[in-house]
Write a protein that binds this ligand. Structure first.
Ligand code: NAD
Ligand code: UDP
Length: 342
């Protein structure tokens, strides 16, 4: 029995570099990879991430994906099969005010990473894309073939990388899976890792910080959208379900050697007001909420069809209710009021 398991493990073991593996989604993916017997090298500059978020069985290199010599060394010192790339900036509002910063890290950064892969003869990559590639959607439920017309530089840089990946595949045979996540939320079920962005701009952590009394009040950015209650509608997807999709994407790349683009969401939309109400129930806390002006670059509604991922990757979200998502996030925030500093 043991021999059999071992053999099976050897056959499926994948060695990856996880760029941005100290960040929110990256750290959760590293946990899942290691739990399933894969080997992981984390590359992170810690410009946003946290050393404490890195699983202690992962090998860690502190550095920037734009640093050629550094990346060549990482590839040289490790036997690598594939890359998973989370390293980027991802704040919609900031990207509107500072677009060059986004092109510099997200587009040029991924270009340098692909060049390093090409030099090291590593031909498989899973890339963090986003629902922001669509912009204001044409249909209620978004499918991958829908029009892409980003309403902010952040989404534009991610779409640019998707196109670069297509041409890298064409020219160098680098096979890719681009995963267009909708709104990542929640925390690891163990309570050991969770969301700790600085500054925090995401809705659910801000709600929970307000519930904990760390913020005096919170703001709803606009209640005059063309949605049922006037506030923006988003599709929230649990971070561990995203992590699982990355592993399924890697496995698919090795099985079929085919590139592809996939939405990842739960297929259900919740308005900002609905998320706040649900969080008040889960936490049992009441707090002050005020209406503010719209935040620039925000589309009104983003809901995913993940049928393609379900069918082709064999992916199935497990933490698929807003309750479970908020519960796990609350579990983390309660015990880590100052994030990884606690
Ligand atoms: P995060 O900021 O927590 O993680 C990104 C990590 O990359 C950080 O640890 C940061 O230090 C590192 N990094 C950034 N630039 C780097 C560079 N040049 N070299 C080395 N390391 C670098 O972000 P996250 O929320 O975990 O998001 C991960 C990815 O998923 C991003 O690419 C983001 O655009 C994408 N995404 C996130 C969401 C979401 O809801 N959080 C939704 C859609 C897409
Ligand atoms: N939002 C809000 N108040 C906040 C933070 C966010 O009303 O303090 C809204 C935001 O305008 C958007 C939704 O909540 O409509 C989700 O925002 P988030 O930043 O979490 O994710 P995004 O959709 O931008 O990726």
């Amino acid at each position: 029995y043991f021999l059999c398991v071992h053999k099976q493990r050897n056959r499926t073991m994948i060695a990856s570099i996880v760029c941005g593996g100290a960040g929110y989604i990256g750290s959760h993916t590293v946990y899942e990879l290691i739990e399933r017997g894969h080997s992981v090298v984390v590359v992170d500059s810690l410009i946003k991430g946290h050393k404490a978020a890195i699983h202690n069985e992962a090998k860690f290199y502190l550095g920037d994906i734009r640093d050629e010599e550094f990346m060549d060394r990482v590839f040289r010192e490790n036997q690598i099969d594939a890359v998973i790339d989370f390293a980027a900036f991802s704040l919609v509002g900031e990207s509107v005010n500072e677009p060059f910063k986004y092109y510099e890290n997200n587009v040029y950064g991924t270009l340098k990473l692909l060049e390093a892969m090409e030099r090291a003869d590593v031909k498989k990559i899973v890339f963090s894309s986003t629902a922001a590639t669509y912009g204001e959607p044409e249909n209620d439920i978004i499918v991958e073939s829908d029009k892409t017309n980003p309403t902010n530089p952040y989404g534009e840089t991610k779409l640019t990388v998707e196109k670069m990946l297509k041409w890298a595949d064409n020219a160098y045979g680098i096979k890719f899976v681009a995963l267009r996540y909708f709104n990542a939320a929640g925390a690891h079920i163990s309570g050991k890792i969770g969301e700790d962005h600085s500054p925090e701009t995401h809705l659910i952590p801000i709600i929970l910080q307000t519930a904990l009394g760390q913020r005096e009040k919170m703001f709803i950015f606009g209640d005059d959208y063309d949605t049922p209650d006037g506030t923006c509608v988003r599709d929230y997807i649990h971070v561990t379900d995203l992590a699982d999709a990355h592993i399924k994407a890697l496995e698919k790349l090795f099985k079929t050697n085919e590139s592809g683009i996939y939405n990842l969401g739960n297929g259900k939309g919740f308005s900002v007001k609905e998320v706040i109400e649900k969080a008040k129930k889960v936490t049992g806390k009441d707090f002050k909420v005020e209406i503010e002006a719209r935040r620039s670059g925000d589309p009104s509604t983003l809901i995913a069809s993940s049928e393609k991922a379900i069918k082709e990757l064999g992916w199935k979200p497990k933490f698929n209710t807003l309750d479970k998502i908020i519960e796990t996030a609350w579990n983390w925030h309660k015990d880590h009021k100052n994030g990884y500093e606690d």
